[in-house]
Design a protein around this ligand. Structure first.
Ligand SMILES: N[C@@H](CCC(=O)N[C@@H](CS)C(=O)NCC(=O)O)C(=O)O
Length: 238
């Protein structure tokens, strides 16, 4: 029995955490049945979600979830890719997870409309009296993380420039292929699809969202994979 600990669906995002959405996507690419359960992030082994529980074994971190699935179920998410293609796919994945994610997180937590449509909802399950304290604690924690990473030290124009360059690179690599590296999904497609699912969610309008919407192939890719792998989370997106 496979159980995925998540934050839980929000708007029509598979999960507000792109890393959780990535873990969902890996499981669906693998065709493995699983149950998704909203969990308390404070109890997670690394203090972060996703966490996978597989027959009593606990795996924290989306990339280690991927490695676990590959080892335990004899899979290779990059099957069919040569060494250079695997290297490109891995680089795109890590650009999204360790670089672009910070710009997009910064926008979502600092632009008032984005915050109201996104992070403000994360605290609705917290008892009313404790809610402002928890919200303030999390906002400050995220602000410290963005400061340590450096993203909050850039100007808006600098962040936009980096986001634009990253999205253009992805759009060029994707081209008119059905998946990032060809006709079949690879490991990095789980990341790309998940991050686009979270970024392109309709209520959001941050500069990076508009930049991503300007790439027709990325928008089409996101809609196509949602229909193919998440019919139960069916998106209604322009
Ligand atoms: N490297 C981790 C990143 C996971 C991650 O950053 N999760 C965030 C949500 S997007 C989280 O749980 N944050 C809670 C916290 O830092 O308190 C992975 O790939 O799973």
């Amino acid at each position: 029995m496979i159980v995925l600990h998540t934050f839980g669906k929000q708007h029509d995002m598979i999960d507000p955490s792109p890393f959780v959405a990535k873990a969902h996507t890996l499981l669906r690419f693998a065709g493995l049945p699983y149950e998704a359960i909203p969990a308390d992030v404070r109890k997670a082994p690394r203090g972060k979600l996703p966490v996978l529980i597989d027959d009593g074994e606990t795996i924290a971190d989306s990339t280690f979830i991927r490695f676990h699935l590959e080892k335990k179920y004899g899979l290779d998410f990059d099957a069919g890719l040569d060494a250079r293609e695997r290297a490109i796919a891995w680089s795109v994945e890590k650009m999204l997870e360790n670089h672009l994610v910070w710009i997009w997180t910064h926008e979502r937590w600092t632009l008032p409309d984005e915050y109201a449509n996104g992070p403000a909802n994360y605290f609705k399950g917290v008892p009313k009296l404790a809610r402002p304290v928890v919200e303030l604690y999390m906002s400050r924690k995220l602000a410290r993380m963005r400061d340590a990473q450096g993203v909050s030290r850039y100007s808006d124009a600098e962040r936009d420039e980096l986001s634009k360059r990253g999205l253009e690179s992805i759009a060029i690599i994707l081209g008119d292929k059905p998946f990032l590296m060809g006709d079949a999904p690879c490991g990095a497609d789980a990341t790309l699809f998940a991050f686009m699912n979270v970024l392109l969610c309709p209520p959001f309008k941050a500069p990076s969202v508009l930049l991503a919407r300007g790439h027709g192939n990325i928008v089409a890719y996101s809609a196509r994979l949602a229909a193919q792998y998440f019919p139960d989370y069916q998106q209604k997106r322009a």
